[in-house]
Design a protein around this ligand. Structure first.
Ligand SMILES: C[S@@+](CC[C@H](N)C(=O)[O-])C[C@H]1O[C@@H](n2cnc3c(N)ncnc32)[C@H](O)[C@@H]1O
Ligand code: SF4
Length: 428
């Protein structure tokens, strides 16, 4: 069903508020003094490691990456391990590690060494790692047994037309070839997940449905369906790839996907799971505080967002000098922290009001009374028994908020990326 007037206005309002809030409040300024991080005893954090290399670039992707160079990558991984040691010295411990990219498995021996090292330093129990269809041969993945618990593979679409347009058909194979690769890895690692993207310009309902049905038939543990995010940075290359940047079917496709994912249950605004207990996909959503290691990674600690150096040489130099890799920061006000945490909790499917208030030392219903009243009025949330739960429409609103948040983070990446690297991405 199309959005009614109240629902469309709510979506418009949510987008506007998020854009305004990011523009006004996400003011990230270069740090003047070295950032000295220190863990709070007994506190839970999540660890993120970034691997910023790819062999080729895809037209929609603005993640921080450079073209692969083996020599640089070897140096880089060794500096990442060095940074991990520094994090340990700062008193941090982690049970959860998320490795993202770029192409995380681009140099398998180095990744193995880094994962083993991280596990030797910290109490890590769960490791999630991104990958792509070229790095999932069962023989290779077996080497990661005991090191990776959840592998999330970027498929994006099984449709050859779309794969060609986004520059992945040649690189990763046709939709059918990708399916064959995925069928071979069943049971190699504890949990396998695939990423799909919907709302590409010109994408039809048939293509979206076929993607979702194909994904479910592969018996994959989790499926994440991201709405296409078009930051200002990527608009040009997306419209060049599709001869258009118009993609206004987001809600229709969202509904279609939720309806068609009948063998799976939603675990957050855009991820679905076949199993009861699952490792979560969104490190931003599920872990309020995290430490980012590696070039271009973000940390969120004590209400402050920190940005590690994007320039590879600068990053490596800083670590070699035993300095912090953080080059810029942005402190959230208590109200912004509440808003951010409310958004991520809603996206995860429930806000437990008492726990929320205790963790953030706030009174959620007072701090966000206007927003909560608006969402209630629009039928986006139900408030009862001390919990705030998004309705089906509310799940879409939380997806819109998250999409805007991620798009805003792209602007941050654009601000700090070395100019040459930025031009390579924008001019694809
Ligand atoms: C950083 S990528 C790494 C995945 C891996 N390198 C690959 O190519 O398969 C992680 C996921 O982010 C998602 N992603 C990247 N850019 C996106 C965009 N503009 N809109 C929506 N999702 C995006 C894709 O689904 C992708 O699989
Ligand atoms: S989506 Fe493409 S460009 Fe982005 S990280 Fe994966 S391979 Fe690299």
């Amino acid at each position: 069903m199309p959005l009614n007037f109240v629902q469309s206005s709510t979506v418009f309002w949510a987008e506007k508020i998020m854009r305004k809030s990011l523009a006004n409040n996400l003011v990230i300024t270069p740090v003047k003094e070295e950032v000295k991080r220190k863990a709070k005893p007994g506190h839970t954090y999540m660890l993120y490691i970034h691997v910023p290399f790819c062999h080729t670039f895809c037209s929609y992707c603005s993640f921080h990456k450079f073209y692969y160079n083996e020599e640089k990558a070897l140096q880089y991984f060794s500096f990442v391990r060095h940074e991990l040691r520094k994090v340990k010295e700062q008193g941090y411990d982690f049970e959860t590690l998320y490795v993202g990219g770029g192409t995380t498995l681009i140099n398998e021996p180095e990744l193995i060494k880094t994962l083993e090292y991280a596990k030797s330093l910290f109490s890590i129990k769960e490791v999630s790692c991104e990958s792509d269809p070229n790095h999932i041969a069962p023989g290779s993945l077996r080497r990661f047994r005991g090191l990776i618990d959840r592998l999330s593979i970027g498929v994006q679409s099984f449709d050859d037309g779309i794969l060609k347009r986004i520059g992945r058909h040649e690189k990763f194979g046709s939709g059918e070839e990708i399916q064959e690769k995925l069928l071979r890895i069943g049971g190699v690692l504890p949990t396998t997940s695939i990423d799909l993207i919907f709302n590409f310009p010109g994408q039809t309902e048939e293509i979206v449905l076929r993607d979702v049905i194909t994904a479910q038939a592969l018996d994959i543990d989790q499926i994440t369906t991201y709405p296409l995010m078009q930051s200002n940075l990527m608009k040009k290359s997306i419209s060049k790839a599709f001869d258009s940047q118009k993609s206004d079917n987001e809600y229709r496709f969202f509904e279609l996907i939720r309806g068609a994912m009948n063998q799976y249950r939603p675990i957050n605004g855009w991820a679905f799971s076949r199993q009861e207990e699952q490792l979560s996909d969104e490190y931003v959503g599920s872990h309020s505080e995290y430490v980012g290691v590696g070039s271009g990674s973000f940390s969120f600690l004590d209400g402050t967002l920190h940005v590690n150096a994007f320039d590879l040489d600068q990053y490596m130099q800083k670590i070699a000098n035993e300095e912090s890799a953080v080059i810029a920061s942005c402190a959230f006000t208590p109200k912004q922290r509440v808003q951010y945490q409310f958004m991520t909790s809603l996206f995860d499917g429930v806000v437990h009001i008492d726990t929320f208030n205790q963790t953030l030392h706030t009174n959620l219903e007072r701090t966000m009374n206007k927003e909560i009243a608006m969402l209630k009025l629009a039928g986006a949330i139900d408030v009862s028994n001390g919990m705030i739960v998004p309705t089906e429409f509310g799940a879409y609103v939380s997806l819109v908020l998250m999409r805007e948040f991620y798009t805003g983070m792209d602007q941050v990446r654009a601000m700090f990326r070395p100019q040459a690297a930025l031009e390579k991405i924008v001019n694809l």
